[in-house]
Design a protein around this ligand. Sequence first.
Ligand code: NAD
Length: 271
Amino acid sequence: MRIGVLGCAGRMGRAVIAEVLAAEGCTLAGGVDRSDHPALGQDLGTLVGEGPVGVTARDDAAALIELADVVIEFSAPDATAAHVALAAPNSTGHVIGTTGLGEAQEQGIREAARSTAIMRAANMSLGVNLLLGLTEQVARALGAETFDIEILEMHHRHKVDAPSGTALALGDAAARGRGVDLTAAADRGRDGLTGARRTGAIGFAALRGGDMVGDHKVIFAGAGERIELTHRATDRRIYARGALTAARWLHGRPPGLYAMADVLGLAGGKP
Ligand code: NAD
């Protein structure tokens, strides 16, 4: 299977390249990054600290999508929106890990999925996908009157969107468990004289600093007791491995918008 990497010079792009190079039955079709990125023209093997592989970083996404069986993308929202539109007329599968997309960009993905097989996940790790299911289950069991839900996440200092896509997916899972809509329930960012906590709110807090790969905690706080569900990522290769598993699963599937829960065969949470 020929795999292309979109956003190849980024933290995740490099982790994906390393996974693809180490994987059996996969070849690296190419890597694409921004046309002004200093890594352009560099050998992708060298870029990830391996020996040269004879494939260089380029800026032609259309050509890579044409060539690859599946492309894996961890880039930026505007780039991802442009790439799904390019992928749509192709049979190339598209694995998307980019987070922070706006509603119009989300709509673009849903439309592209009518003609392309797209697997989209705010978090590709097995642990977080299990956490989504657990969060939904606990939220369903505990009443909004007696237990408050707060979602806390911490990431490295370079992350540009907040709350993280995973925190929002956990919020969605909690809202599903409670049978409410996250948009109405979400309380994103408190500052100053906020007044008392709204009953039924699902609160978010985002911390940034250092080189943390990503921590997420869902807190169910009641009177006299608290349940905390935590996932800590210590190596971003878990996401790259998950993306590669998704790419293998997606190859040859009919058009549609799939989630990591489909790939992993998990009932419940859909990030
Ligand atoms: P990063 O900034 O290190 O990498 C992003 C790369 O995309 C950069 O190299 C950038 O130049 C490139 N890019 C930007 N515009 C482009 C374009 N038009 N064409 C091609 N490449 C372009 O960021 P990162 O830490 O690798 O994260 C990337 C995205 O993946 C973020 O949205 C992040 O939240 C998300 N992420 C998702 C998961 C998951 O499991 N789903 C895990 C980690 C990160």
